[in-house]
Design a protein. Structure first.
Length: 366
């Protein structure tokens, strides 16, 4: 199928991979965007952390909490410019939307937009929103919201509304110390962007998929392979005469240099990748390679699971789970994190950039 410049641009925004790599990924996956992201990750050209994309759209995230600290709402409303995002009229409007959601009961965005506006009771939320667009003079989008309820909830707003976090905890002693600890955890979530509370929230299928990606990305990065495996690959490509004379010479001169790969051509590196890929099943039975994969897999899980992350305010490298347990012990109560929501303004969205689109098109036409 034909791959458009817009498709390539969107994939590059999401993954950070090169334009031609993005075009190849879309071509190989028949334009399937999610499959193209996975293709790039397996090739070591993209990372899971960038599965949200480069932040481009403007606007703010706002939060509201009920007086009893049991119900909270987070909302993102986008604007075209940062100038409007900093406008007091716009911010007051967004806060009003969040309050209405927190006070009400709306099944989804459609139900909320069709409801009577609490800001202007003579019209619906959607009609009032259109009036705000006319008043402010920019296109505004009520993009998403989420409402949570629990024993105790807290919120945290970072960078003036660029990032917003809600945290819900199960606790039988809601005091100021508990709420302060939850605020600290909300700050952790804002800074470190975990995807899950713990490993138990990750399905077996997701775990298997992530491990497969780590295996394939390891094979796509020969320089990081264990030395016995890498040396065997060097021998294989040389015996198959898969390298140019220049690369053979560079290898002989620099083979004891830890920066050897800086002296090899991209074609030589690709030959190593291709050779490694043919031994995938064999390597999975290799204890050294299996240990490498398990180490990288464990590190990845620590990055995406909140309770496994190193607590950013800790002086002794304790993780978030240990911090929560310490707070519970100090306050003589049960205390556990049940849910969190993190919104980052504009994640996954992009601004118009005609020059960049032209650049993509020019590269594709070469």
């Amino acid at each position: 199928m034909a791959i458009s410049a817009a498709d390539v641009k969107k994939l590059r925004e999401v993954t950070g991979a090169g334009m031609m790599d993005c075009k190849k990924a879309l071509t190989e996956t028949d334009g399937d965007f999610d499959a193209a992201i996975e293709f790039l990750r397996k090739k070591g050209m993209a990372t899971a952390e960038k599965k949200a994309g480069r932040i481009a759209a403007e606007g703010i995230v706002s939060t509201v909490i009920s007086d009893d600290d049991k119900t909270a709402t987070i909302i993102e409303v986008n604007s075209e410019t940062d100038f409007v995002a900093k406008n007091e009229v716009f911010q007051t409007y967004v806060n009003g939307l969040a309050k209405q959601i927190n006070d009400g009961d709306y099944a989804d965005m459609a139900a909320f937009l069709a409801a009577t506006s609490e800001i202007d009771s003579t019209t619906t939320v959607e009609e009032h929103h259109k009036a705000m667009i006319a008043k402010i003079g920019e296109n505004l989008t009520i993009r998403r919201f989420e409402k949570i309820t629990g024993d105790v909830v807290v919120s945290y707003i970072h960078m003036g509304g660029k990032i917003g976090v809600l945290v819900e905890a199960e606790c039988d002693n809601k005091n100021d110390a508990i709420k302060e600890a939850m605020k600290n955890i909300a700050m952790q979530i804002a800074a470190m962007n975990p995807q899950y509370i713990n490993r138990e929230q990750i399905s077996a299928a997701e775990l298997a998929k992530e491990k497969e990606i780590i295996v394939d990305s390891s094979l796509a990065d020969p320089a990081s392979l264990p030395k016995p495996i890498l040396n065997a690959l060097f021998t294989e490509v040389l015996e198959k005469n898969a390298w140019s004379e220049e690369d053979k010479k560079a290898y002989e001169e620099q083979k004891n240099n830890k920066f050897l790969f800086n002296f090899l051509s991209e074609e030589a590196k690709q030959a190593l990748r291709d050779a490694a890929a043919t031994h995938k099943d064999e390597y999975l039975e290799n204890k050294i390679f299996a240990g490498l994969v398990e180490g990288r897999f464990s590190k990845h899980l620590k990055e995406i699971c909140l309770v496994d992350q190193t607590y950013v305010k800790a002086e002794d490298k304790e993780n978030v789970k240990q911090y929560v347990e310490k707070v519970a012990k100090d306050n003589g109560c049960s205390f556990s994190i049940k849910k969190f929501v993190r919104f980052e303004t504009g994640e996954g969205l992009e601004k118009k950039n005609e020059d960049f689109a032209a650049e993509v098109a020019a590269q594709m036409n070469k």
